[in-house]
Design a binder for this molecule. Structure first.
Ligand code: LLP
Length: 449
């Protein structure tokens, strides 16, 4: 009888757990100690660099001796300590703007390990990608036929050759939230199969362009490999078709999107995606090419939390049947973590000092922002409200999507690494925001462009 082994599911609690007294812990730190009176302020993102390092290393190791590039999607978490940790674990970067490119380079990622995506790159961003290091970045991923001549024109102007990739839109609709599905017909991303001929013509017509890669990215928070591999098959088809015509394609890029467990179902672990991609490339005769994956969320989400203080509770009578509504109001809002408002995402919210008692009633947890969507959903809580709560799995697309809406300061960020003293980053506070808002605008000529 053949032995069927169950593929590894992503560990549900890689960084967050509770100590024997039930106190929430991230990595080795008891969170309540960090936020005791007189200590750190809230709201605060806290990240476990040890966990992030382990996740990055595990994915790099999944490729073994095979040529590979784990290009971390910097958009998930741009904090310097996080990007430096991931870079030191052997990863490159996937960036989508000049700002992210500068962060990746500044964090020590060499240009030849950086790819740049984005449907509407500015000329200045293309220039920065072309001018990084002696030969520019590994690949500027073209997302439209029109972009080929734009990149060629910038390369000509700068006297550079442009290493470009072609981002394919494989027409694969994956099972995820509609806002994060990117590989289907109606998405603005990538070049559809039907336009490939025109794209190759445009690239071949420009002597400044070298086509070095084919990529795709079909969506985020994928639980299973099916859609990912369907798209990967299309990428391999295009690589084979292109190899038959010209210089062989170096970079075979299957994109990111590996899901994490937000407390519902457990996705396949990122290294299962990586191994499946590698197997596919081997079956398609592409061993020897550099296999690229672009994980963001899976390297950082579960290793970060958002800690908030309870400001007050509110009870209100509802209808004439003697009903009651109850809210727990915290000092973190949708400006700090927009995922629930934007994608109806549910992040587990728990008291910091003890686990939720069995059978606890649910209460709606909301922030202070003046929007009905500033609502983190219903969560079981002890009858007497805790002082502090922890919003879990907030290490990806948390701080990077935060804003100062409603005149609220951006949250602080705290970095933990084993037994080392916590490191803190403090963004400009409300006073600086007020000063900047009240500043008189300067005459046009003095403002620069
Ligand atoms: N590569 C490309 C070209 C991408 O567009 C993305 C994400 C990734 C890689 C990384 O995907 P990941 O491994 O993180 O799933 N703000 C949303 C997610 C947006 C993802 C955008 N693109 C959220 O909070 O769920």
């Amino acid at each position: 009888m053949s032995q069927q082994t169950e593929p590894t599911r992503a560990a549900s609690l890689p960084s967050f757990d509770r100590d024997s007294a039930g106190r929430a812990r991230l990595g080795r730190s008891v969170l309540a100690d960090l936020f005791a009176p007189g200590q750190l302020s809230t709201p605060a993102y806290v990240y476990d660099l040890t966990g992030i390092r382990a996740a990055a290393q595990a994915l790099v190791e999944a490729f073994g001796e095979a040529p590979h590039l784990v290009a971390y999607a910097v958009k998930a978490n741009t904090a310097g300590p996080v990007v430096r940790t991931i870079a030191a674990a052997g990863c490159g970067a996937d960036v989508v703007s000049g700002g992210e490119l500068a962060v990746a380079l500044g964090a020590g990622i060499p240009p030849q390990r950086i790819v740049m995506s984005g449907v509407a790159k500015l000329d200045g961003e293309i220039d920065a990608a072309l001018m990084a290091g002696p030969h520019g970045i590994a690949a500027i991923q073209l997302e439209s036929v029109e972009e080929a001549s734009r990149v060629a024109a910038r390369a000509r102007a700068l006297g550079r050759r442009a290493r470009v990739g072609l981002r394919l839109n494989p027409g694969v609709l994956v099972d995820t939230h509609v806002h994060v599905a990117t590989g289907h017909d109606e998405a603005k991303f990538g070049i559809p199969m039907a336009d490939l001929g025109a794209a190759f013509e445009a690239i071949d017509a420009a002597c400044e362009l070298s086509l070095v890669g084919i990529s795709s990215h079909v969506g985020s928070q994928l639980m299973e490999t099916r859609g990912y591999l369907l798209a990967a098959e299309r990428v391999c088809d295009v690589v084979a078709a292109r190899d038959a015509k010209g210089p062989i394609i170096e970079l075979v890029d299957f994109g990111g999107g590996f899901g994490i467990d937000y407390g519902g179902t457990s996705p396949l672990a990122p290294d299962v995606f990586a191994r499946a991609a590698l197997d596919l490339a081997r079956r398609r005769g592409l061993e020897g090419r550099t296999i690229v994956v672009e994980p963001g969320r899976s390297l950082v989400a579960a290793m970060g939390v958002l800690v908030a203080r309870v400001i007050q509770t509110k009870r209100a009578r509802s209808g004439d049947q003697g009903g009651e509504r109850r809210w727990l109001m915290i000092d973190a809002g949708m400006n700090d973590l927009i995922r629930p408002a934007l994608y109806q995402a549910k992040h587990r919210i728990e008291p910091l000092d003890a686990p939720v008692p069995a059978g606890a009633r649910g209460i709606r947890v909301v922030g202070p922002v003046c929007e009905s969507s500033d609502d983190f959903g219903e969560h079981p809580m002890p009858e007497s409200a805790p002082d502090l709560v922890v919003i879990r799995d907030a290490g990806a697309y948390g701080y990077t999507m935060a804003s100062e809406y409603n005149g609220r300061a951006l949250p602080i960020e705290v970095f933990l690494d084993g037994d080392a003293a916590p490191q803190v980053k403090r963004p400009r506070g409300v006073d600086a925001w007020v000063r900047e808002r009240l500043e008189e605008p300067v005459a046009r000529g003095d403002a620069g462009r």
